[in-house]
Unconditional design. Structure first.
Length: 152
């Protein structure tokens, strides 16, 4: 391959990449607007709440939570502070390593998550799942499995 071939994406590569970016940006914006309007939480706050909900004992070390929600450690610290003020998360010292903290979902955070999940799912269905046939939906799910694997 020449340098020019490495420099530019092919038309099919560009269409796939641009479509993924455009869909993601528009869907995230729609989710954020709907969640803020109906439940006074951002999509990032929702992501933290649902990640903690799905974690063992509804808690994770701050560093692990930061990786799972793709926030910098300082970004997560600021977000956790906001969620603590709202009563949705509490930070607990790790008894095994007193330098580490867990973020733990509170009962109020669990309630807000349950209330907002309907709005979240409604947007996901409107933006994606209702637009695809059952076969297309399965194919897309299978495609993401391939993409999630380590690049070669």
């Amino acid at each position: 391959m020449s340098n020019a071939q490495h420099e530019y994406l092919t038309e099919p590569e560009f269409r796939a990449w641009h479509g993924a970016l455009q869909f993601t940006n528009e869907a995230m914006r729609a989710l954020d607007e709907a969640l803020r309007s109906a439940h006074d939480i951002s999509i990032t706050e929702f992501d933290v709440l649902i990640t903690l909900y799905n974690a063992p004992e509804r808690r994770l070390r701050m560093a692990e939570l930061s990786e799972r929600v793709t926030l910098t450690p300082s970004g997560l610290t600021h977000l956790a502070t906001r969620l603590e003020r709202k009563g949705f998360v509490t930070r607990v010292v790790d008894p095994a390593d007193r330098r580490s903290f867990f973020a733990k979902l509170t009962a109020a955070g669990d309630r807000r998550l349950r209330e907002s999940r309907t709005t979240h799912n409604k947007v996901v269905r409107a933006r994606l799942t209702r637009r695809l046939s059952a076969k297309q939906l399965r194919a897309l799910g299978d495609l993401w499995k391939v993409i999630e694997s380590e690049p070669t």
